[in-house]
Design a protein around this ligand. Structure first.
Ligand code: F0G
Length: 443
């Protein structure tokens, strides 16, 4: 891995005057060129944000642009990310796309009833090519890695980012370095990361330790960092919101609920809604409900104190994807919650597993962290924050097969069996044995 990704020249002053897109430090206001590969502001270390000049059209004309075919196969529907390229990365040409996005918006009466909201829809991001929403950020992040001439890419991960990075890096022909907390990521995710060929390091420590280590390592080794502090990842993840709004014919729901860990996605949703409203794509902004696991809820603790200070905890939840104690995108997620009049809540592991059992039994299925969004809807309905007549979209962030271990533990090993637990029964290879089982169950 070489050092050529290390930036050399200082960024041009005031690139916003000429360029279509640029990067802005949210802390000190420094501007950087679009192709500057620094992972953070080189002046103050703050997080960067990508800014674009507004597209030529707005309001109904912009909605029509995104709704109608325009002779570009990627934008015309093979990718649900590049459909919105004007708001994602307008100048990108040589795009690394699987493709991704175009995920379904599902209504299942059993889940809606359980959560206490008739008009509950689930946006299932587990339908992405590597089984999580991370692919939306990664198509943009890896495209950008190529544009800045990176020779290698890296991330720390609770498993989904690493699976996605490994796949997109392989497609782009870039070596990938992945740091994951040893023994703390789900089997499906580790399997994918290894299968797609990423150099995988099992860090003896938690995700927060792995993230700070990879930031140091990527700087030292000159490797392009693709955690969600990378602002180009955020640009791709915004399209979850654009796409669900488009699926609702641009008539926004009252709420969007999502699981929250490192808070990149909460930040992305806030930015998407800000832009969609400013460009007249929607006339009203839905409220965000960010849902954490109680064992990993520093953002919920800060919310209860009106965000006067960030919290840091030692994280411990069965929802390994969001087992994060010191979220990197805290500041920009605070902005997202404030701007949308949103809320942050936390749900217990038992509530997460109960929601997952209902989602699974409806034939939809998701990984534990994803079920936090539906568990959070139920909690907010009970508190009276969400009215039963409101329209809610809950985002399911990852596929049921990501974490097979949890199902074995929850269904097979918990005593007494929890509601909806479905235990396999071992039999002799005879018809009589099948008849005996069905007879017992028929009683
Ligand atoms: N849901 C799933 C399935 C995730 O994998 C993650 C994050 C989140 C929700 C939370 O998103 O961090 O942007 O608040 N997974 C990261 C990873 C940390 O490494 O795969 P967030």
């Amino acid at each position: 891995m070489t050092d050529h990704a290390t930036p050399t020249a200082p960024p041009p002053r005031g690139p916003e005057t000429e360029a279509r897109s640029w990067q802005l430090c949210l802390r000190c206001g420094e501007t950087l060129a679009e192709t500057d590969p620094w992972p953070r502001c080189p002046r103050c270390g703050g997080l960067l944000e990508v800014r674009h000049r507004p597209p030529g059209a707005r309001g109904a004309a912009l909605r029509a642009l995104f709704d109608a075919p325009r002779g570009d196969p990627l934008a015309d529907g093979s990718s649900g990310v590049w459909r919105f390229r004007e708001l994602v990365l307008p100048t990108a040409t040589d795009v690394v796309s699987h493709p991704e996005g175009n995920t379904p918006l599902l209504h299942r009466p059993a889940v809606a009833r359980w959560a206490g909201v008739d008009a509950l829809l689930m946006k299932h991001e587990g339908h992405n090519p590597t089984g999580s929403f991370k692919d939306r950020g990664m198509t943009v992040g890896v495209t950008q890695a190529r544009r800045v001439g990176a020779r290698a890419v890296a991330c720390a991960s609770t498993g989904n980012t690493s699976a996605s990075l490994a796949a997109y890096a392989a497609q782009a022909g870039l070596p990938a370095l992945v740091l994951v907390p040893s023994g703390k990521i789900a089997l499906g995710k580790l399997t994918q990361t290894l299968a797609y060929g990423a150099r995988t390091l099992l860090v003896r420590g938690d995700f927060d330790a792995a993230l700070s280590l990879v930031q140091e390592a990527s700087e030292r080794l000159g490797v392009y960092l693709l955690n969600s502090i990378n602002p180009f990842r955020i640009e791709g993840q915004k399209t979850i919101v654009f796409e669900l709004l488009r699926q609702l014919a641009w008539d926004p729901p009252d709420w969007i609920a999502l699981p929250a860990g490192n808070l990149g996605n909460t930040a992305a949703f806030g930015k998407a809604l800000r832009e969609a409203h400013a460009l007249g794509l929607i006339g009203r902004v839905p409220r965000l409900a960010a849902v954490q696991a109680t064992g990993a809820a520093p953002f919920a603790a800060s919310f209860r104190e009106a965000f006067t200070r960030p919290h840091r905890v030692r994280a411990d939840t069965v929802a390994t994807a969001i087992n994060i104690g010191d979220p990197a995108s805290f500041d920009r997620a605070v902005t997202a919650i404030r701007e949308t009049d949103g809320v942050v809540t936390a749900v217990s592991d038992d509530e997460i597993l109960a929601a997952k059992a209902v989602i699974d039994a409806a034939g939809v299925g998701c990984e534990p962290a994803s079920a936090a969004s539906v568990a959070g809807v139920l909690a907010l309905v009970r508190e009276g924050a969400i009215g039963p007549g409101e329209r809610v979209v809950a985002v399911l962030t990852g596929h049921v097969l990501k974490d097979p271990g949890i199902l074995v533990r929850f269904h097979q090993e918990t005593e007494p069996p929890p509601p909806l637990a479905n235990r396999p029964i071992e039999i002799d290879p005879t018809l009589a044995a099948i008849e005996k089982v069905l007879e017992v169950e028929g009683r």
